[in-house]
Design a binder for this molecule. Structure first.
Ligand SMILES: Cc1cc2nc3c(=O)[nH]c(=O)nc-3n(C[C@H](O)[C@H](O)[C@H](O)COP(=O)(O)OP(=O)(O)OC[C@H]3O[C@@H](n4cnc5c(N)ncnc54)[C@H](O)[C@@H]3O)c2cc1C
Length: 458
């Protein structure tokens, strides 16, 4: 790794943001002889509530890239499935329906994992580490992006980096997406994140989903002694401290299993929580020569399913595969073609991850539909096996997703009928709610190619 103050060299790639996406693609590409400038404004370990549960799909992609070792050595925990709680009922669903442990997720401290990826990347001699904040993309007279301007952290000087391809992976508050996409970003809700210390989970090594409250909350281990509790707070305005307290007292504590109560009390006494917005932003990139978007800068979904890193690693792998198919980085037109291929291929890889995240959040926040999804999954067999393979990011077949979604809506109608609550109004609301959840997602995410390609992750 080099740390130079002048960058007269021409890099193959300049990466803006050494976060989950930027650091991972750097560490994957650098050993393949690609000269990379990796820029971030902050290389210190972050304490974040994001990206702490990797679904098996994300783990499989790391494996495929030969990077699975990056999950070792910092007390990350295997996750074998999910437990669901609704009123007095509970059950679990395993990722592996055959009792094997072939597929597993991982619960971890995001900051520790990111430092591990960065360390691995910065060991590579073909990576130049730059500590600074990128302020602008540089373009030539043909509007081709040829690098970036940044303010160096220690000297406060404005400097430039020149590269044949710039990857902007500057995360959810990206400054560059406004010129590179037609995206509309919406805030679906907020997550209040709390760490529970020394709390024995009712289902060890499982994600826990609680449906009794008006909107869901989830919990999963992130080390051998800590679990993350993420409490959904609906609306598009960040809740104030008092409102959070009121929400937890009325909508969370009454529905928590007893194992959690004293750990939550202790965390609340220490006032140790963070709040993050949950965005939905479908990918609508605008093609521009010399630059490509990666990670949350391009595409975001609700984090309830922990699908973010599945999509990030899918994208890292796809973009890398296309770039590595070139003999070198000397042909600007060829680079542009490869970027275009990546943008097209990534729809199929991420369709289910994106639809599943927001559809499940919609269903779990809807009184009638959430009872039905609970009952539907509890039946087991294909009713749980299909949905868990989608949630895990292992099954990319959108037909399966649509089938299970409408089966839940049908079950809801059947339950109303059985309970003699079926009226035209009720039936109308169930059908309307189901369509309002799925239709915009299908329009944004589905492409004909989503139905044609290979659908099982291996
Ligand atoms: C509340 C919440 C919970 C989540 N939980 C999960 C989960 O459990 N599982 C999961 O898979 N996904 C989860 N996600 C999603 C996941 O965290 C993201 O998809 C992932 O972190 C995106 O990675 P990224 O590299 O695009 O962005 P980031 O990891 O945010 O990296 C962006 C990097 O860019 C740098 N940067 C920004 N601007 C500049 C600039 N101008 N100059 C230089 N550097 C810059 C930043 O310092 C940062 O290092 C969650 C998201 C949220 C909001």
């Amino acid at each position: 790794m080099h740390t130079t103050s002048e960058h007269n060299d021409l890099f193959d790639i300049c990466i803006v943001g050494a976060g989950m996406a930027g650091a991972t693609i750097a560490t994957y590409l650098a050993p393949r002889g690609i000269k990379i400038a990796l820029i971030d404004r902050d290389y210190a370990e972050k304490r974040r509530i994001v990206g702490e549960l990797l679904q098996p799909g994300a783990v499989q992609t790391l494996k495929k890239m030969g990077l699975e070792h990056l999950l070792e050595g910092f007390d990350a925990q295997p996750i074998y499935g999910y437990a669901l709680f609704n009123k007095d009922s509970e059950f679990s669903i395993e990722y592996n329906q055959d009792k094997s442990t072939n597929y597993r997720g991982v619960g971890l401290h995001n900051g520790r994992f990111l430092q591990k990826i960065r360390e691995d990347a910065l060991k590579q001699p073909s990576i130049t580490q730059i500590h600074g904040t990128v302020s602008e993309l540089i373009e030539d007279e043909n509007h081709v992006v040829t690098g970036v301007k940044y303010k160096e952290k220690h000297t406060r000087e404005l400097k430039t980096v020149n590269a044949k391809l710039t990857i902007t992976s500057d995360g959810f508050f990206s400054s560059f997406r406004k010129d590179l996409t037609n995206n509309v970003k919406t805030v679906t809700s907020f997550f209040v994140g709390i760490i529970l210390k020394g709390c024995e989970l009712p289902y060890p090594h499982h994600g826990h989903v609680f449906l009794s409250a008006p909107t869901p909350f989830i919990c999963y281990p992130i080390s051998s002694t800590e679990s993350r509790l993420l409490i959904d707070f609906p609306g598009d305005q960040a809740p104030k401290k008092e409102t959070v307290k009121h929400h937890i007292e009325n909508n969370v504590i009454p529905f928590l299993p007893k194992e959690f109560r004293h750990c939550l009390d202790q965390a609340l006494r220490e006032n140790d929580y963070k709040i993050m917005p949950n965005h939905y932003m479908p990918a609508k990139p605008v093609l521009k020569e010399g630059v490509v978007l990666l990670g949350d800068a391009l595409n975001m979904r609700h984090p309830i399913t922990g699908g973010g890193l599945t999509a990030v690693f899918n994208d890292v792998y796809l973009l890398s595969t296309h770039l590595l198919a070139m003999p070198d980085f000397n042909d600007t037109k060829l680079i542009h073609e490869k970027v275009n291929l990546y943008y097209n291929d990534r729809y199929h890889a991420n369709t289910n991850v994106n639809i599943m995240a927001n559809a499940l959040y919609g269903v779990m926040s809807n009184d009638l539909l959430k009872q039905s999804v609970f009952e539907y999954l509890r039946k087991g067999g294909d009713n749980s096996g299909g949905p868990i393979s989608l949630l895990a990011g292992l099954n990319r077949n959108p037909t399966i997703l649509i089938k299970h979604f409408f089966s839940v809506a049908l079950l809801c109608l059947r339950n109303l009928f059985k309970a003699h609550k079926m009226s035209l109004t009720n039936a109308f609301y169930v059908i309307k709610d189901a369509f309002c959840i799925i239709a915009p997602l299908a329009i944004n995410e589905l492409r004909p190619s989503s139905f044609l390609k290979k659908n099982i992750h291996n």
